[in-house]
Write a protein that binds this ligand. Structure first.
Ligand code: ZN
Ligand code: ZN
Length: 293
């Protein structure tokens, strides 16, 4: 019987194949599900959206390969060779080190997500993800190249401190990729299924709240894979006020397709316009009794 260590070695040797196959499989499944049972009517055509969103994904993939050919998995192998990171000092069994690593790396991504919403310059970058006036599986992969690079550097830092097994990083990347396509899907699960499932993974209805134009709803449900951080840290919100079909998706004041859909507009978006009152130091604080919380 293949031991977990053998599976880990095989996965490390076939990383690109595994990630590519998982991406293609989840993409195809979600695309079919969205076509068969969409929740919301898209404002713009799927063809136009996919052409632009997927061009951005291709550009980001190319850029990452050029700048960081070893990527997160390579960094984990590098840290392991040198014995860097907490887990490389511990005597945890491999399976437990994998579980701990996936959970900790997911928490790092959650913290990063909260940070890019709060800090003005970082919100400029992250707006590219939120300016999409529609919500479908390609929204899940739509990030500005600079945010992608920043995200990789933060992941490197997390890996160097944590020292996760290489296979844990592969698993984490595959899960993040798959759950991101799943929870950005223009689909809905039956309410009862969703209620149970969202204790284990972020569901489409849970993450859609985060894409609302309403500031308080955007400041909720920062999780991508694991749903626990929002519940633990007080940023969880069950449903959008306007309902999933009635709510408005996107950012106030950004609606022109050439700005929020075309690739050229997405690349330019961080450098355009003033920062809204959304970020942490531009908010209007109300000095009244009911704002005492
Ligand atoms: Zn966000
Ligand atoms: Zn999102």
């Amino acid at each position: 019987m293949a031991s977990i260590a053998h599976v880990a070695d095989w996965a490390a040797a076939h990383e690109i194949l595994i990630r590519g196959a998982c991406f293609a499989a989840v993409f195809a499944l979600m695309a079919l599900w969205e076509i068969r049972a969409p929740v919301r009517t898209l404002l713009l055509s799927k063809g136009l959206r996919w052409k632009n969103n997927l061009s951005l994904v291709a550009l980001n993939t190319l850029l990452l390969r050029l700048l960081f050919p070893v990527a997160a998995v390579g960094m984990a192998a590098f840290a392991a060779e040198r014995g860097w990171g907490v887990l490389n000092y511990s005597a945890l069994p491999l399976w437990l080190a994998i579980v701990v690593s996936v959970i900790v790396l997911d928490f790092v991504i959650w913290l990063q997500h909260v940070m890019v919403h709060a800090i003005p310059v970082l919100w400029r970058l992250h707006r590219v993800h939120h300016a999409d006036p529609d919500y479908d599986l390609t929204t899940g992969a739509r990030f500005h190249p600079i945010e992608i690079l920043l995200s990789m550097l933060i992941r490197f830092a997390g890996i160097v401190v944590l020292g996760p097994p290489v296979v844990a990083v592969i698993l984490f990347e595959v899960l993040l990729n798959a759950t991101s396509m799943f929870n950005h899907g223009n689909v809905s699960l039956p309410a009862r299924v969703d209620r149970v499932l969202r204790w284990f993974v972020v569901t489409p209805d849970m993450h859609r709240v985060h894409h609302s134009v309403e500031d308080d709803e955007t400041n909720s449900n920062f999780g991508f894979s694991l749903p626990w951080w929002d519940r633990l840290f007080g940023t969880y919100r069950d449903q959008p006020r306007g309902g999933h079909e009635g709510m408005t998706i996107g950012i106030h004041g950004y609606s022109q397709p050439r700005d929020v859909t075309w690739l050229s507009g997405l690349l330019a978006l961080p450098f355009r316009g003033r920062i809204s009152g959304y970020v942490i130091n531009r908010r209007q604080w109300v000095d009244s009794e009911d704002a005492s919380e």
